[in-house]
Design a protein around this ligand. Sequence first.
Ligand SMILES: O=C(O)CCC(=O)C(=O)O
Length: 348
Amino acid sequence: MGSLGEWPEPVVCVQSLSESGELVIPDQYVKPPLERPFSCLSDVNIPVIDLADLSVSREVTMKKILEACREWGFFQLVNHGVRTELVDEAREIWREFFHEPMEVKQKYANSPKTYEGFGSRLGVEKGAILDWNDYYYLNYLSHCRTKWPSQPSSLREVMEEYSNEILRLGATLLKVFSINLGLKEDYLQNAFGGRDVETCLRANFYPKCPQPDLTLGLSSHSDPGGVTFLLPDKQVCGLQVRKGDQWITVKPACHAIIVNIGDQLQVLSNAAYKSVEHRVVVNPNKERVSLAYFYNPKNDLLIQPISKLVTSQTPALYPPMTFNEYRSFIRTKGPHGKLQVESLKCPR
Ligand SMILES: O=C(O)CCC(=O)C(=O)O
């Protein structure tokens, strides 16, 4: 295994593999048969929540959000108040970045130490099976300096506006999530560090793939952080969410923002809210772009089940741990289902 300071092998940009015209993908991208994207349910969708209803029919909407957090760990938010033009711009500006010449993108090549910048692999295990994906990680509100690409020139301005909107939405949802757990409305925001939340973004680029049945754009994983706000591609589906032993393909509503619960909220809520596995399938004819915005607790705060939610009937399921300690797992091993949050459970 490589150290967290370096990649264990030379990093190959997936876009260049896709553009090579080869009809066979390299062995390093071929998943074991059970992880390949076989059949999935296409007539079911994740819940859709209309945020405007929160002020019209508050109780019903709060209940819908509660059920979505408990049963699905995922929902699509419509009427979220983010300008539709901004929703499109925030995603499309990253598409433009990924279409910059390779020399431009390579200037921002990342290392496993912080992951920040342009990259093509997650995890430092030598010989690991990789995902069909290039990405750009950006620490937005964080103790680290943000590594902004200089092209496209309006990227920073667009992302700053988008980020302010997501911070607003994050604060609103954490209130709803707190009240739904029977807590004071500012409880979860304070547990995340108040105004010191850490946020980062990952723009994902999934190039066309000649053998999409053999690989994945992103392996099954649950998000290690607090709450994720995802802008999916407008034209191309690809996100699949686990429901029991089935995979559901998400059909994004127009200009919706997909929200999902991360592992830290599962821990804080003592598993009342579920951080659910998801993965991305790729397409032979079309590239796909998505933008994940991670709204996380401050790195060095201890995260543990909230004492009010721990009773003799519902004992604490997880030991205390900082988010920093927690996420070093995914940064070392890469995306691996829900092994981490499950393996941390306190012994009974
Ligand atoms: O591309 C997608 O739809 C999902 C991306 C995702 O799960 C992630 O970036 O963690």
